[in-house]
Structures are given as structure tokens and as C-alpha cells.
Design a protein around this ligand. Structure first.
Ligand code: ADP
Ligand code: FBP
Ligand code: MG
Length: 512
């Protein structure tokens, strides 16, 4: 198992075999905006596309081929041999009791988009050209490789969890540690309290082993602790050098991944042979390209309790109105899915869909109609919705994220005022379950997702990839370059089938 084999002789090249360098064509051509809400999204997506691409020359008979090559280049994942062409590969030390593992071929790919839209008018269509031509977009399949680029005895692996809490953090930590041990790694540590643990001398590393992590998934939170803000990338990489860390697993959202990519770039700059691998953690589910991120399913499930309580309160009161605020800084995925799942929500408000409170088409008028016709109502609002109605304090948290105003309190106050002014009785109850939801342990479906992501993160690091993250795409697992998943926040498309299903379920009109 310990024989070194030259990458030039035995090792399958980790680089993309189809990769051909080309100019960067390919701005996205999107369906004509159909509503103000869609035009916001159109603008955002188009800007992102324009920033990274020049227009496609459709008169060029090769345009499709060029687009595909450009895509391959963008989604090619960085490898240690980029900086160290002579890095040696050894046969994998990943082994299972009683049976030989099967390996992923470096040429294996996962299809990113699976719908062939026949026209730009087709629901949810995102097209590359005016005819909505089908273009295959492939990304790299995750999993164990036959050859690895680290000797387990030379590895010091570190795990860090950053940002806010999310169900499943402990499940991912657990599987990273267990998988590292199966490869033969003995030196595994946790960095306490996010990136802060790299610079705070009062926070010692936490030694990790299968014994330590065996049961941590039985509770929520993070064994290692989390934080926002912290040291600079230079300070983090200085600390990694000092500690001899050569594998870093970073669990966090878009901010954490921006940090992870900067750490990867700094390591390359300093010619450190290090693998930096992210596992996307965002309860808001706003990371690009993935079916979902871990913790999201659990959050939707847990949100049912809050919605059900709001429904019971509203239904049991005379003219009762229950308001529930759910997480979603810039996206309404939790609010939309929880509203759909519960079937008890009459009005769902998300950041992606503008609305008015007042006026003939406003939320309050519809609430009045619901009280008149049903006698009670439930409102589910995402925290990032309706921020334009609130005072902008320009306050930022330690990570630089905008501190939002409380839209739930605002809805409660405005509703009370409106009904009082109109001389109609209304009993308004407001529930904010955010921290109760974030703190629960992962449900079974998230538990499985975390298990697969944790294992694949370790396989990716041993395979020599760095500056990557791992996600579930069309029910398969893939490695993606961090800049591609971090290009902008994923959001709910107001013209998507899913949002339309939500509107069908709630029966709400457009509030504009
Ligand atoms: N652009 C960035 N570059 C480097 N580090 C960042 C960047 N943005 C955020 N971070 C760091 O990442 C960590 C988590 O970021 P935060 O936005 O709080 O959570 P999340 O990763 O869930 O989005 C913080 O320690 C923060 O300092
Ligand atoms: O109060 P905190 O800890 O700053 O967290 C609040 C935020 O955390 C979130 O759950 C998202 O967290 P991340 O940025 O870590 O993904 C948001 O929904 C919410 O706005
Ligand atoms: Mg964030």
C-alpha cells in the first residue's frame, strides 16, 4: 500500500480530458421579463452572466462547441498537480472491511441540467440562445479515486464550522473524521468557533477521532462551535502553516466558501501542498447548482410546528391572525416549501416577490377578506421579505452581512393598526422560531445527505483537489469549483413552477 507510483506512469490524469482552452463566450439569454419581480431576477442573472462572459456569436457554426468548452473550463476543478506537476500519486488507502471499494473514474461526469426546454416560453426555462438549444453541461462526479495525493501518515486534517448554526453540522463532522480514519489518518483536529479559532490563542485545537465523534450527530449545533467574523486570510494561512495543517475541511455558507477559496489561493501562492475542501452549509438553501443543502429539509420540517401553532392560535381565536417568520436572508425557499408542506398558510411572502401592504391589492386588504370569509388567517414571511418597508440602519454583523429589520414584528403591528382603524376585531399572534429551528438535529433525509457529503469531502481532498466544494446535483454527487457556486445567491424564481404551486396552495393573489 505504501509504494509510490509516478503520476506520469500509473495515475489517471485528474485534469479534464475534454478541456480545450478557449475565449469566454456565452452570455445567458433569458426569457423576456414577465413581471417586475421577474425583471429583478432577470437583471441579476444577466449581470452575473455578462460579467463572466462575452456575447455568443451565433453566426459562428462552432458556437455551441465553444460554449461547451468554456463551460468545461469554468467547472474544471483545481488540483494539486496544477501547482505541483510532479506531485506523486499513490494507490488509495481507502479500504472497507471484507470488500474492495469501487472507484470513481476521473472522467466520470454528472449532468448539471436535465430538462431540455423546447422553447424559451416553457415554464422555468433558462436558455443560452434564442432557440433554447439543448447544450449538455457536465460537472465532475464526486467519490473515491484509485490514486491519492497524500500519504495518510503525513496528513494533519482540520475541520472548521463557520457562520450560523444549521442542522447536520455534527453529522458532517462525524463522517469526515470517520472517513479520514479509514484512509489511515491519525492526526485530526477541530478548529473551535469558526475561523476565529485560527487566531485566538485561548482556543486550543480539539483532537478528533471516531471515539470522540461517534454520537455527536444525536444532537444539533456544532461540536466545534461556530462564529462570524474573525481573522484575515493571511492570518488563517499563517496559522495553518504553523500548525502543519495540510487538509482543511470548511463547513459553511457563501461567506465561509469565499474564505475557503481565498485560503486555497493563498496556499497555492505560498506553494503549500494543501487541500481545502468546502461542504456547503446554508439552512436558507441559497447555494447555486445544488438540489438542496443539508439542514434545509430539517428546517422545512421543523417549521411545520411553528406554522401549525400559528394556525391553532389563529383558528381558536375570534378573528385570529397567525404570523410566522422563517429564515431566508435573501431567498424564500424555506418559507415557500414550509407553506407548501403545511397546507395551512394563506399568505406566503418572500424577498423575491415584491408586495404592498396597503392599497386595494395589498396584503392587509386580503387579510380583511380572509377574516370576513374564513374567520382566521395564517401568514408565513421570509425574514428578508419587505425590507423596503423597514428602517435601514446600515448595520452589519461581524461577517459583513446586513442586519435585517424584523418584518414579522412589522406585519404584526401594521395588521393590528389596520384592523383597529377599520373597527374590525383582530387577534394577531407572531411567532419567530428561527433559533429553535436551527438548533435541532438533522432529520433522516438530511442525516443521509450529510453522511455522503462528509465522505465525499474526504475523497476529494485525498484525490488532490483543492478550492472545491461538494453538492448533490440531480440526485448524484459532484465536485464544483468554489467560485462557480459562489457567483451569486440562489433565489426563488417567481415564474417557477414551484412558486406557482405555492400560490395555488395558498390561494393568494399578487399583492401589487
Ligand atoms: N468574502 C469573504 N472572504 C473571506 N472570508 C469571508 C468572506 N465573507 C465572509 N467570510 C468569513 O466567513 C465566515 C462565515 O461567514 P458568514 O457570512 O457569517 O456565514 P456563511 O458562511 O454562512 O455565509 C466568517 O468568519 C467571515 O469572516
Ligand atoms: O442571528 P445570526 O446568528 O446572525 O443568524 C441569523 C441568520 O442565519 C441564517 O440562518 C443564515 O445563516 P448563514 O449566513 O450562516 O447561512 C439566516 O437565515 C439568518 O438571517
Ligand atoms: Mg452568508
Amino acid at each position: 500500500m505504501d509504494v509510490l507510483i509516478s503520476s506520469a506512469t500509473m495515475c489517471i490524469s485528474p485534469k479534464n480530458p475534454f478541456l480545450v482552452r478557449s475565449a469566454r463566450p456565452g452570455s445567458l439569454i433569458l426569457p423576456k421579463p414577465r413581471s417586475p419581480a421577474n425583471s429583478v431576477r432577470f437583471h441579476r442573472v444577466a449581470v452575473v452572466a455578462a460579467a463572466r462572459a462575452t456575447a455568443i456569436d451565433l453566426s459562428d457554426p462552432e458556437w455551441k462547441l465553444k460554449y461547451q468548452r468554456d463551460f468545461e473550463e469554468r467547472f474544471n476543478i483545481p488540483h494539486i498537480t496544477d501547482a505541483f506537476p510532479d506531485a506523486e500519486a499513490i494507490p488509495s488507502t481507502f479500504c472497507l472491511k471484507m470488500r474492495s471499494p469501487t472507484y470513481i473514474n476521473n472522467k466520470d461526469r454528472v449532468l448539471l441540467k436535465v430538462i431540455n426546454y423546447s422553447s424559451p416560453a416553457s415554464a422555468g426555462a433558462v436558455c443560452i440562445d434564442p432557440d433554447c438549444t439543448w447544450i449538455e453541461q457536465w460537472v465532475q462526479r464526486a467519490g473515491p479515486r484509485e490514486n491519492i495525493y497524500f500519504r495518510p501518515e503525513d496528513v494533519k486534517a482540520a475541520i472548521v464550522t463557520c457562520g450560523g448554526l444549521c442542522p447536520g453540522l455534527n453529522d458532517v463532522i462525524r463522517l469526515i473524521v470517520i472517513t479520514l480514519e479509514i484512509y489511515g489518518v491519525k492526526n485530526i483536529v477541530g478548529i473551535p468557533f469558526g475561523y476565529r479559532g485560527f487566531s485566538d490563542k485561548n482556543l486550543p485545537e480539539i483532537p478528533l477521532s471516531r471515539k470522540v465523534v461517534q454520537n455527536i450527530h444525536l444532537s444539533g449545533g456544532s461540536l466545534l462551535g461556530v462564529s462570524r467574523g474573525g481573522p484575515t486570510v493571511t492570518e488563517i494561512v499563517d496559522s495553518m502553516e504553523e500548525r502543519g495543517i495540510n487538509m482543511l475541511f470548511v463547513l459553511g455558507g457563501n461567506g465561509t466558501h469565499a474564505g475557503a477559496n481565498a485560503i486555497h489561493n493563498e496556499c497555492v501562492k505560498r506553494r503549500m501542498k494543501v487541500a481545502v475542501v468546502g461542504v456547503p452549509k446554508t439552512i436558507d438553501n441559497d447555494i447555486l447548482h445544488m438540489d438542496k443543502t443539508f439542514g434545509f429539509d430539517t428546517a422545512v420540517e421543523e417549521a411545520q410546528r411553528a406554522i401549525n401553532s400559528a394556525y391553532i392560535e389563529a383558528h381558536s381565536a375570534y378573528h385570529g391572525i397567525g404570523v410566522v417568520k422563517l429564515m431566508g436572508r435573501s431567498s424564500g425557499f424555506i418559507a415557500m416549501q414550509a407553506s407548501l408542506a403545511s397546507g395551512q398558510v394563506d399568505i406566503c411572502l418572500i424577498p423575491e416577490v415584491p408586495f404592498n401592504f396597503h392599497g386595494p391589492d395589498g396584503v392587509l386588504k386580503h387579510l380583511n377578506y380572509l377574516i370576513e370569509t374564513k374567520g382566521s388567517a395564517v401568514v408565513c414571511v421570509a425574514e428578508g421579505a419587505g425590507q423596503s418597508f423597514l428602517e435601514n440602519t446600515n448595520a452589519k454583523d461581524a461577517s459583513g452581512n446586513k442586519v435585517l429589520g424584523d418584518i414579522g414584528v412589522h406585519i404584526q403591528q401594521e395588521t393590528k393598526k389596520y384592523f383597529k382603524e377599520n373597527g374590525v376585531a383582530a387577534d394577531v399572534k407572531y411567532i419567530d422560531p428561527t433559533y429553535m429551528i436551527r438548533a435541532v438535529r438533522a432529520n433522516a433525509s438530511d442525516g443521509i445527505l450529510c453522511t455522503v457529503l462528509g465522505q465525499n469531502a474526504v475523497h476529494g481532498a485525498f484525490a488532490g483537489y483543492s478550492g472545491i466544494t461538494v453538492g448533490i446535483i440531480n440526485n448524484h454527487y459532484a465536485y464544483l469549483p468554489i467560485p462557480e457556486v459562489n457567483a451569486y445567491d440562489k433565489s426563488v424564481d417567481p415564474n417557477s413552477r414551484m412558486w406557482h404551486r405555492c400560490l395555488t396552495s395558498t390561494g393568494q393573489p399578487d399583492f401589487l
